[in-house]
Design a protein around this ligand. Structure first.
Ligand code: SF4
Length: 339
């Protein structure tokens, strides 16, 4: 049985007063009709008929600013979600919002409607990166809001972006370490993608912003990924899905790769295996991973296989599944025979 399913409901922030340089939501949503209660009900019903047997189902309001939309609209959407939760058709209610739209009043309301998880679009904990990204708040508000959310007993999520203007490997590591101090249960890591109709796009075209190369984006994301996972934080997403991109065609810049998570986890797998292979004198070798980690062992497009083939031409390597291993655990077993 599938463990977990999410029913995504995109709630745009119509009339958003902010100017985050990476966001085109305002321009796109200005051309769209608002989401009605009927839309929400229809979306949930459609998903419920197609999900099949799932252990837990979550309704997730995303769009990034749920608690910044007018209070009556929040209540309308939450009441619908609560109705499904009370009827036992869904298990959890999940939403994402800005750190500066959290208050006791807002949290009281979210608690009243049975909300379980609140994700904050933090992006960075470096004040200069926040300022240059036009977020309209500083890092201090993130700490205050996160503390309040935890005090209320909600599950906390933190979303971080990699490669915004002013961001460096150091600020990325700083943001990850500060996130560990804040102590969310879940996190998402998003390398910056430059989409049309954004200030960042104009900066890119004018040459005042240079997106990260894929290699640099993987290196920074990996450093953050390792800090967060070592602290026991569950990273529920790495990189955008193509369906997350609210754009209407045209070119995009920055680090968009449909399998970005695999690039990061494959990079980690390569080094874990490499450290073990260095001790193998020669001959036949099995490299083992469980079925979930198998593709990371091989690497995106077979890049790890190629790396090991080039680096260890004296080894004959077979890649095998061993489901007794943990996720991310790779075992190198030398067969003890020389070629
Ligand atoms: S990302 Fe920023 S500009 Fe875009 S909708 Fe959210 S708050 Fe508004």
């Amino acid at each position: 049985m599938k463990k977990h399913a999410i029913i995504p409901i995109f709630i745009p922030h119509l009339g958003c007063p902010h100017d985050c340089i990476f966001c085109n939501q305002k321009k796109i949503t200005a051309r769209q009709a608002p989401v009605t209660g009927e839309d929400v009900t229809r979306t949930i019903d459609t998903w419920l008929t197609t999900l099949g047997d799932v252990e837990t189902v979550e309704i997730a309001f995303y769009g990034g600013s749920f608690t910044a939309i007018p209070i009556e609209e929040q209540r309308q959407y939450l009441a619908i979600a609560k109705g499904y939760k009370d009827a036992g058709k869904v298990d959890k209610i999940h939403l994402s919002t800005r750190p500066d739209y959290i208050s006791r009043e807002i949290l009281d309301q979210l608690a009243e409607f049975g909300t379980d998880t609140i994700e904050l679009g933090v992006q960075s904990l470096d004040d200069e990166v926040l300022r240059r990204s036009g977020r309209g708040h500083d890092a201090a508000v993130v700490y205050r809001s996160a503390e309040m959310i935890k005090d209320y007993g909600f599950e906390l999520g933190i979303q971080l972006m990699i490669g915004l203007p002013g961001d460096t490997m150091e600020t990325c590591i700083y943001s990850a370490k500060e996130t560990v101090k804040i102590g969310p249960e879940i996190a998402r890591l998003y390398p910056t993608v430059v989409i049309q109709e954004t200030a960042l796009y104009d900066m890119w075209k004018a040459g005042t912003y240079v997106p990260l190369s894929e290699e640099e984006a993987v290196a920074r994301t990996r450093a953050m990924y390792e800090i967060l996972t070592d602290a026991g934080i569950n990273i529920i997403r790495v990189g955008l899905k193509s369906s997350d991109l609210i754009h209407e065609g045209g070119d995009i810049g920055g680090s968009f790769h449909p399998a970005f998570r695999q690039l990061v986890e494959g990079d980690i797998a390569r080094d874990r295996i490499d450290r073990q292979l260095g001790f193998v004198p020669g001959g036949k070798v099995d490299i083992l991973a469980n079925s979930r980690s198998f593709s990371n062992m091989i690497g995106n497009g077979g890049r790890n296989k190629k790396f090991f083939l080039d680096k260890y031409p004296h080894l004959s390597i077979l890649y095998k599944v061993d489901n007794t291993l943990q996720d991310g655990e790779y075992v190198v077993r030398s067969k003890g025979e020389k070629l």
